[in-house]
Design a protein around this ligand. Structure first.
Ligand code: NAI
Ligand code: MG
Length: 478
């Protein structure tokens, strides 16, 4: 099986287009240049926006929700049929261990399935009003949606954002990250095979400049962005200039809170995996472990033992941890690790024997007894680095957990039902997990942050509201 998309091209109006500006694609496992992509310039963005608008008005608006649903269903099946190919492409381009890349492909297919099912189930309300009026609401697409996405989970983020936008009848312009374009382009090729009309999904590759042109364009009706806080702020400023809605998902510093009565054997795999999955380059990574005094020594020793066994190697070796995405990300993470030299380092993992020295590998680091105001306890590191912080009681746990600018996800490990409820209420966080972490990443579960983690909700049925605008019709009939 193959997925056809030509080298160095991006997709506008169903046609593969290129520019004379090229960016290298690098395999993070080896440091090798594995190809190039074209960078879309201003003219390409103008074309993409014009095409997306024309297609919206002349084609896509005339297609029923049920037909959109069938196209997304077909697309989901095609993605599943191509799981091996897509997973290998992602593993090579992003350095993600194969098993994790396969999980991303399955998630992308599942998003298509979920939003295919949801497409014809979104409807408005009728509202009781004055005598002689019938009032109802209509959920309408925003129009042309821009999706600017990062490199850490390209397929999952395409699934949750483009999937929901297409299901609700928007046309889309997708800007993948310069470090990770290949599965986005493959997805574009599959949309054509699934029968998505030309121009409904356009893909523009390129660096931050391409993203900036796109987000500043006055023809965009909605922007969804996942990435860094600093770029998120710029995107929100662009959205403000054009007075359009924006969804921002900007990462976090998400805690797991372990009380004295926690089931530690159940917790342990989550405590570690949630920090090192995708080499810690996960917006919802659990980078802070808060442990009540009575369990502190035990959790430190259990996590230390696990850390000592963690193996770092190439994506194709499919070990616990692959390389970081880029040299730049390796420098960012190494710098944080250096900031931890004043801390107690409980354990590091190990490199696989035949590791390629040109890859962007970083050993997992576990720091303990970290003061809650330390830079490693406050900033998103986006690498395989976890810290353990002790706490005394519930109030103290809340103070530390809510004591960063972020608020994406949090989890609580305790057997006490009343405490579970209190903690769920008091945590300042977009998602709260009780006695688990991540809940398997369910596509059904609304997701998004508070504070520096951003605003707006993606995933689940909730995203269908985010990608639509509500019209109220008041019909006077005498
Ligand atoms: P970034 O936020 O700069 O890049 C994300 C996307 O935004 C890419 O597609 C990029 O081309 C685009 N972009 C960059 N500048 C832009 C601009 N001015 N206007 C419009 N689009 C623009 O993130 P980067 O540099 O890749 O990573 C830096 C840090 O960001 C990481 O160390 C990590 O802490 C955080 N990050 C968080 C993510 C999350 O899932 N929340 C994902 C990726 C990075
Ligand atoms: Mg790459």
């Amino acid at each position: 099986m193959t997925i056809d998309f030509p080298n160095k091209h991006f997709l506008i109006n169903g046609e593969w287009v290129c520019s004379d500006v090229e960016l290298d694609l690098i395999n993070p496992s080896t440091g090798d240049i594995i190809g190039q992509v074209s960078a879309a310039g201003n003219d390409h963005i103008n074309d993409a926006v014009r095409v997306a608008r024309d297609t919206l008005e002349n084609t896509w608006n005339n297609i029923t929700a049920r037909e959109r649903s069938s196209i997304l269903t077909k697309l989901g099946r095609l993605i599943e049929e191509n799981i091996d190919l897509l997973a290998r492409l992602e593993a090579t381009d992003v350095g993600k261990p194969l098993k994790q890349a396969r999980a991303d492909v399955k998630a992308l297919a599942r998003y298509m399935e979920f939003y295919a099912g949801a497409a014809d189930k979104l409807h408005g309300d009728t509202i009781p009003y004055l005598q002689d009026y019938t009032v109802y609401t209509l959920r309408e697409p925003h129009g042309v949606c821009a999706h600017i996405i990062p490199w850490n989970y390209p397929m999952q983020i395409i699934g949750r954002s483009v999937g929901a936008a297409l299901a609700t009848g928007n046309t889309c312009i997708l800007k993948p990250a310069e470090e990770a374009c290949l599965t986005a382009l493959a997805f574009g090729a599959l949309t054509r095979e699934a029968g998505l009309p030309d121009g409904v999904l356009n893909i523009v590759t390129g660096s931050g400049d391409t993203g900036a042109h796109l987000s500043q364009h006055s023809g965009i009706d909605h922007i969804s962005f996942t990435g860094s806080v600093s770029t998120g702020i710029k995107i929100q400023q662009s959205a403000a200039q054009n007075v359009v809605p924006v969804t921002l998902e900007l990462g976090g510093k998400s805690p797991q809170i372990v009380f004295n009565d926690a089931d530690l054997d159940a917790a342990l795999p989550f405590l570690v995996n949630a920090g090192i999955q995708n080499a810690g380059q996960t917006c919802s990574a659990s980078s802070r472990i808060l442990v009540q005094r009575g369990n502190y020594a035990k959790v430190v020793s259990m996590m230390t033992a696990k850390y000592k066994m963690l193996l770092v190697g190439s994506a194709m070796d499919d070990l616990d941890i692959g390389p970081l995405i880029s040299k730049k990300q390796h420098e960012i993470v190494s710098d944080y690790i250096r900031q931890g030299t004043d801390l107690e380092l409980a354990a590091k993992g190990k490199f696989n024997a035949d590791i390629n020295n040109d890859g962007f590998y970083c050993l997992p680091h576990l720091f303990v007894d970290v003061p809650p105001d330390h830079s490693l306890a406050q900033n998103e590191i986006f690498g395989p680095v976890q810290i353990i912080i002790p706490f005394e009681d519930e109030d103290h746990a809340i103070e530390i957990a809510n004591g960063t600018g972020f608020g994406l996800v949090a989890s609580v490990w305790t057997q006490d039902g009343s405490r579970q409820m209190r903690m769920a209420q008091r945590l300042r966080s977009g998602q709260v997990f009780i006695n688990n972490y991540g809940a398997g990443g369910g596509v059904e579960l609304p997701f998004g942050g508070r504070g520096l983690s951003g605003h707006g909700r993606e995933k689940g049925f909730e995203a269908m509201f985010g990608f639509t605008t509500l019209k109220t019709v008041a019909h006077y009939h005498g």
